[in-house]
Structures are given as C-alpha cells and as structure tokens.
Unconditional design. Sequence first.
Length: 316
Amino acid sequence: MPFPPLPADRWRDAPARYPDPSLRVLDPRFERYLVFNAAVERIATGFRWVEGPVWFGEHDCLLFSDIPSNRMLRWDARTGDVSVFRDPSANANGNTRDRQGRLVTCEHRTRRVTRTEHDGSITVLADGYEGRRLNAPNDVAVAPDGSVWFTDPGYGIMSDYEGELAEPELPTAVYQAGVAAGAPVRLLETHDRPNGLCFSPDGSRLYVVDSGAPRTITVHDLTGGRPDAGRVFAEMAPGSSDGIRCDADGNLWAAAGGGRDGYDGVHVFAPDGVLIGQVVLPEHCANLCFGGPARNRLFMTASQSVYAVHLNVRGA
C-alpha cells in the first residue's frame, strides 16, 4: 500500500487545511470517526524521546515520559504550558491509570513497575521474577479485573541512553501483576520484543505488539483471565508499532514508525484486522492515548513532540 508523503510545509506555521490531509481514509469505515474541521495539532515539542501519554481529566492535563531526559512532564490543557511532573523519573516509559485512578508506571532504570498512590507515595508492583530482576518493563495496561499487565522487552538495558546498560536476566515476556501479593505471573513468552499492549473494550481480547521480529501485532483470546497462544492481527513491516489503544467501537489505534515517508504516525485497524485509516505525522510515533473531557481527543507522543487531534469516537 502506498504511503505518499505530506507537503513539505505541512508542519510549518501555515494554517491547517480542512479536511486535514494527514487524516487518511483507507476504508469507508474510517470516515465516521473524523471531524471535518479538526486538524492534527503539535501541542508541545523540544524533547528527546517522548512516550507513555496518560490523561488525568480531574486535572485537565496529560502526563508523558521523556525517557532519555529521565523525567516525566505535564501538559496543561487550559494553558498549553508544559511543566516537570517527576524528575528524576527512573527513565520512566509507559504509563496508565488503574481502576482507582492511580498512576501506574514502567521504569527502565529501576527495572520495575510502580504505582503512585493518591498521597504521592510509591508502591512497587513488580521488580523481579523467580529471584531474578526484570529487564526493563516497557508498557502497561490494566485488565477488567484490575490486574496490571506489562511487557518486558529489555530496551531499557540495551544502552545508557534510556536506562542503564546491563545484561538481561530473564527472557522477554508479558507479565501480570496485582492479582494478589507476591511475584508477577509470566503469561506470554512467544514474542521477540513484546512492546505495547491493550485490551478490547469488552475485555475478551488482548493485543500485543512485537517490535522485534517479525514486527506484528498479535491478538489473544482471553479465557478465565488467561491469554491463548494468539494469532497475527496485523503486519507492521516495513516499519513497526509500539503503543496501542482501542476505541469504544473496538478499533485498534497503533503507533507506527520506522517505515518510509507517509508511514509514521498512527495506523487504525478495524476489529477484523483491516487497515482503515491513518494519522500521518512527521515524526516516528511511539505511543498514544485517548483523553479530553469526552475521551475523544487522541494524544500522540512522537519522537521529540506531542500531537493531538479531536475525533468522532471515544477511547475504550
């Protein structure tokens, strides 16, 4: 499928054109999710490698990680200002919120998954398995039962840029924590580099990105809270995916990058796996989340910038 580049001046100071050409309809099913006079906006820039966006509606703000800078940042929706939320952040990567609204974070440097309590104290949810340290937890999602599922591909120990160089102590895997006290449960070991993950709106499916080889997104049916071996849902080569989220209709929104001009941004897949649309960005997109008062604004962390667009669909 061709991915033609956008005009070279798309991200300069010129006003956006409606409808925004960076919102691409590849299947008629995608048209209903677009707002005619809503464009993709660059809301913040000047970072190193941003990841892990998470929306806090009660504060009208977006939190996100700048991994190499070892800090988490806060974008204020009322003012557009960006401030430091946590510094140092232990090279935090993926973030989400649990069923009680608490912040859950994957930390590269400490090689653990933590929860920030309402009083600001930190609880460690997982930092090892069978007596060995986790490699570098990457992304995280909360299951319908409240348990915390996370991936451990090991990127944070591959260099000193996003964590601390070290040898892996465990195979790459997907884990579950928070069901009961004690060590996490290893659920999947079939991915080369398990990365982004999310649940379908009804909780019956788990989606997992493999950003290693062969660069796919797999889908796993859940029975009794456990995933099956899964099957390929989408092929992402020649690029790859990273963070993923579902909307309320069950479509999968996948951060994408590393391909060619016109590939970077977000790829949107219908529940049957058909690529129905794109949000094209000028930078490699690492992660995304839905937010805003109606949960209909898509926030995208992409390399050195954060982007946003209003849609006609809510996040799951």
